[in-house]
Design a protein around this ligand. Structure first.
Ligand SMILES: [Zn+2]
Length: 384
């Protein structure tokens, strides 16, 4: 592990304030330098120990249910092949106002059909849709056609999309000769063309937050998460491409297949740079994105994010990722309310507070269900 320490330069605004105080005679030059170099007189807490209570008292809105019926495009509810799991998941969906969940734990063949059949027998076909998996291990000559044929069979069996294709594609997947499988490898062209012909969306997760590809130093916004999870560190350039190289590869894949409907998981990991995602949307009209697990980035820029959601209201889909029913109301609160300075649910994603975006009903409806209903074939027509 390589750790470098960047030195911080003095904040120019703080310096300007100090100069103003100095001119007014409030600080002597000696006092000024003591202020700058002042050290805590007691040992400072660790990053884990410091948990300040907020003293801010502002209106709070509880939003246990989404305002409109929701399609969770990024569902990971576990394998849906037994009545107990189905009953438990549907009960949670009913509480939260999730009308349809996309089973984004991809499956194929027998594993796929067993779940579709279990859902049908439970009378819940209008509540779940299933995405197919792709076998992207050791891809060699002829495998593209083979994978495309399996996709045809899975769609015939009832799958209505592909994915979630995991971040392994681009980071870990290999060709048969042992080299890294580039996402835009022409061998896979038959797969993406088949998806276009069958009119099923491809739900793809590429990379991880950009900070996971940066040195793990004390300026890294995701230091705590990197410290907690050894498998989220991608800063070794001998093993992994840089964030920008990986995204450029993904973009070449999108460009190669303009007739395929793509849905980027986690806003393509551009939630901290929505301008970049906007340029991507402008360049590729066939590309959509889903908001799972990046709520902390929307909630720290509520006005900018709201303008972005208004502008790209036909391209953004609701998705949650990990299935923790008590976490969904944080999404409803950020998207629907104008609440201020409230907690997020996971300290290692974000140490900051969230603010509500206060989206309009028209935008909310598209994000919650309209866009997903448009791009997923054969969605239930009732219950909206
Ligand atoms: Zn996922």
């Amino acid at each position: 592990m390589r750790a470098s320490v960047r030195r911080s330069s003095p904040d120019p605004r703080a310096t300007a304030v100090a100069v103003a105080l100095l001119t007014a005679g409030a600080l002597t030059p000696a006092g000024l330098s003591a202020q700058r170099n002042r050290e805590p007189t007691v040992p400072p807490p660790t990053i884990l120990e410091y948990q300040p209570r907020s003293t801010l008292i502002v209106p709070e809105t509880r939003v246990p249910r989404a305002r409109f019926p929701v399609v969770d495009f990024h569902g990971h509810p576990g394998r849906l092949d037994d009545p107990e799991t189905l009953a438990r998941v549907v009960a949670a969906m009913d509480e939260l106002n999730i009308q349809v969940m996309v089973q984004a734990i991809p499956s194929s063949g027998e594993r796929l059909t067993r779940q579709i059949e279990a859902v049908r027998q439970a009378g819940l076909s209008h509540r779940f849709v299933f995405f197919a998996s792709l076998d992207l291990q050791s891809v060699g000559p002829g495998d593209g056609v083979r994978i495309a044929q399996q996709l045809e069979r899975d769609v015939a069996a009832g799958a209505v999309g592909i994915g979630e294709i995991s971040k392994g594609f681009g980071l870990f997947s290999r060709r048969a000769d042992g080299t890294r499988l580039p996402m835009d490898d022409p061998e896979l062209d038959p797969v993406w063309r088949t998806a276009a012909r069958l009119n099923v969306p491809v739900f793809i997760h590429t990379g991880d937050p950009a900070e996971f590809f940066q040195p793990m130093d004390y300026q890294n916004e995701r230091w705590l998460e990197l410290a907690l999870f050894t498998n989220r560190r991608f800063f070794d350039r001998e093993r992994f491409p840089s964030f920008d190289d990986l995204m450029a590869e993904r973009d070449r894949l999108l460009e190669r297949h303009p007739n395929t409907t793509w849905v980027l998981a986690h806003l393509g990991w551009h939630a901290q740079d929505l301008g970049r995602l906007g340029r991507l949307f402008d360049r590729f009209p066939n590309v959509h994105a889903e908001i799972g697990a990046i709520l902390y980035d929307l909630g720290r820029q509520p006005r900018n994010a709201k303008r972005f959601f208004e502008r790209y209201q036909d391209r953004i889909l609701f998705g949650k990722d990990s299935f923790q029913p008590d976490e969904y109301p944080y999404y409803w609160r950020v998207l629907e309310t104008e609440d201020e300075y409230f907690d997020y649910y996971r300290n290692y994603h974000a140490f900051w507070k969230l603010y509500g975006m206060g989206l309009s009903d028209a935008v909310l409806e598209k994000v919650y269900n309209g866009n997903a209903r448009r791009i997923i074939p054969g969605m239930p027509t009732q219950g909206w």
